[in-house]
Write a protein that binds this ligand. Sequence first.
Ligand code: URA
Length: 441
Amino acid sequence: MRMYDIIFKKRNGEELTKEEIDFFIQGYTKGTIPDYQASALLMAIYFQGMNKRETAELTLSMVHSGTTIDLSSIKGIKVDKHSTGGVGDKTTLVLAPMVAAAGVPVAKMSGRGLGHTGGTLDKLESIEGFRVDLQLDHFIKNVNEIKIAVCGQTGDLAPADKKLYALRDVTATVDNVSLIASSIMSKKLASGADAIVLDVKTGSGAFMKTIDDSFVLAKEMVDIGTNLNKNVIAMITEMNEPLGYAVGNSLEVQEAVATLKGHGPEDLLHLCIELGAAMLVVGGRTSNMEEAREILGRTIKDGTAIEKLKDMVKAQYGNCSQIDDPDLLPQAKHIVDITAETEGYVHGIDAEEVGRAALVIGAGRETKESPIDYSVGILLIKKVGDKISKGDILAKVHINDMLKLEECTEKLIEAYDISMEIPDKRLLIFGKVDKEGIHKY
Ligand code: URA
């Protein structure tokens, strides 16, 4: 078999066989297929798509590219959660401690930033000393002892995804249903959770821009999991503006900590309660969503959720005093106000553009090897629905390299859609997909 023929076939819109998919995944994982051929096939898949069979086979091939993890030594139903990627999406930092504080073990393997979206691992690494590279026995020990661990793809877990994820990030081949579904589900299946809650983002800052496409992606992932006897629920959630106010690693940690201390943004808290409640239900803590919401709300009021975050930071060698006092997290040298040039109401904040503005100043990666500047980012001051007068501060840019300011500012101004009519309120959650099918709200 030759990689050239596989690229040629997909480029011409033909279906790939299981053997061809396995040849590609095994060869790329081993390094016998170079990045340039893998990139070409990814681009062909991007344009020609894959059908359900190909996507399921790609997923399984990626699961089998490495070891699968046995979490049976962790007591209870292990629940994982994964987001398809958004801007300002710090939900894991908030809901993992809440769910663990409510008694459901959270064994979470997270990812790094991808394209214009941020990644939980990068955010956690803005905490001094925090280690995301836990060995498996350490990961299991932490979940057994404190009910929570968040780490990177340990060792040999779905290594094909690890390599392809980094390659897609820099070759503009992220936003494709088959590539996203196989990437997420291969990791989730290989990492051994019993139940999975998926947060499928929809809108300008998501990889899926329309609600219909987001339901298609959600259904694809739920079907893959259900066919393999996993309890999978996907929620379709708003990403037409960044979640919360903070975009950028250390700023997002600060906002997550504020939320766990009871004074976070409403949209972030609401989403965390909804996703967290689904995790409690699939985790067997209760069968009632309303009761699950109440349990989670209590973990914030009684301080057990923030204590759980601190337990995790300590167990993963991070500096807990930065959680007690988030001002000790990395801070940028300059904070620059971005002001409104027009008046009206904010109708939308193109989250992808905000993500790119944050990338420009160093909050994300330009190439696979680029370092990240944890201290930089964007703090939105105005969000959708807010009334604006000319000269009001829309956002604050936390920046080190002032040479990047102009490009960042242009993107931010461009991101704000301001007009005179009062905007309609949008839903935060558009529906869910489970093994019974699609439920639109
Ligand atoms: N998250 C993933 O893990 N993979 C993707 O492809 C997109 C989001």
